[in-house]
Ligand binder design. Structure first.
Ligand code: GSH
Length: 103
């Protein structure tokens, strides 16, 4: 198994990461194994990303469908600096993105 010891950063670096994560949200649900992979990555990289459970809250499912065009999870909602949104599907792509940006 992979280590789940969270990454440690300086307080300043973590504050930057915390700020960046305010523009991210992960659509997921608990029993989804692909979501579990992404949640593990989120935990390992110590990312305070808002989790939006699409099974527990139908509004999250509707937002995902309306924004991303599919109800499949996991999906990372990325708000860009110019305010535009990207809806990233596929656990491997999301994990690669998080690693490249925060790892
Ligand atoms: N290849 C995708 C598979 C994701 C997937 O199959 N998710 C399932 C839940 S485990 C799902 O959302 N199914 C419902 C749907 O597609 O609306 C990934 O790695 O993220």
């Amino acid at each position: 198994m992979f280590s789940s010891i969270p990454l440690e950063r300086s307080a300043e670096a973590q504050a930057d990461v915390d700020r960046a994560c305010q523009r991210l949200a992960l659509y997921h649900f608990m029993s989804c194994p692909f979501c579990q992979r992404v949640r593990s990555q989120v935990e390992r990289l110590a990312l305070p990303i808002e989790l939006r459970d699409t099974q527990r809250d139908p509004r999250h499912r509707q937002e995902l469908m309306a924004g991303g065009g599919r109800t499949m999870v996991p999906c990372l909602r990325i708000e860009k600096a110019d305010g535009t949104l990207e809806w990233m599907y596929e656990s491997a792509d999301i994990n690669r993105y998080l690693e490249q940006r925060f790892g």
